[in-house]
Design a protein around this ligand. Structure first.
Ligand SMILES: Cc1cc2nc3c(=O)[nH]c(=O)nc-3n(C[C@H](O)[C@H](O)[C@H](O)COP(=O)(O)O)c2cc1C
Length: 169
């Protein structure tokens, strides 16, 4: 087994949903990072899932200090498997560590404070820009759909690659 636990950081619940789904499929125990700090000893081998904020996998740095992170999942608005190079670079994830991006969800009503403000501005600026863009890439189409329609894109199918990696270990 390449990891013995799943650790995650979630703001509005989509990453937590993925962590639970992955826990159900693999039988591995699931902890939020805050829980893990109390209950899971440092040095354990974990799969880490964090929501993406401006390209940063939330909590990854902290998790990598305490645990042996065997694989990272960044949960964002973009499509499954998108933004891999950017996310690896922005978070300094070692080349040997498998990285997966999973499409989560977006619901402005679930956001509070600064995050709500940031996304309100983002939808108005980046969203408007994308809507007006003539030559959108497929990834940009997915992002625009998420910004305008919102909702959850969490599904067990999106975890297929992560599960294949766990099974091979
Ligand atoms: C302030 C802010 C910044 C975000 N930046 C990104 C981003 O850079 N890339 C991305 O794909 N999604 C981005 N998102 C979308 C979230 O990652 C997405 O909604 C995710 O599913 C949230 O997961 P959670 O429910 O576990 O918090 C951002 C959301 C917020 C609120």
């Amino acid at each position: 087994m390449n990891a013995n636990s799943i650790v995650y950081t979630s703001n509005t619940g989509y990453t937590a949903e993925y962590a639970r789904l992955l826990g159900d499929k693999t039988g591995l125990p699931v902890y939020s990072l805050a829980e893990a700090e109390q209950k899971l000893a440092a040095g354990n081998c974990v799969i880490y899932l964090g929501w993406l904020m401006a390209g940063k996998v939330q909590g990854y740095k902290k998790a990598a200090k305490r645990y042996k992170v065997q694989a990272v999942c960044g949960v964002g608005m973009g499509g499954n498997g998108s933004q891999l190079q950017e996310v690896r670079k922005a978070n300094a994830i070692p080349e040997k560590t498998p990285l997966f991006t999973l499409q989560g969800g977006f619901d402005i009503q679930k956001l509070r404070g600064i995050y709500k403000l940031m996304m309100t501005i983002m939808v108005k600026t980046a969203g408007k820009g994308l809507a007006e863009k003539q030559d959108r890439t497929p990834d940009e189409d997915v992002m625009l759909d998420m910004m305008t329609q919102g909702g959850s894109r969490v599904s067990a199918e999106n975890l297929a690659e992560v599960l294949a990696w766990v099974e091979q270990g």
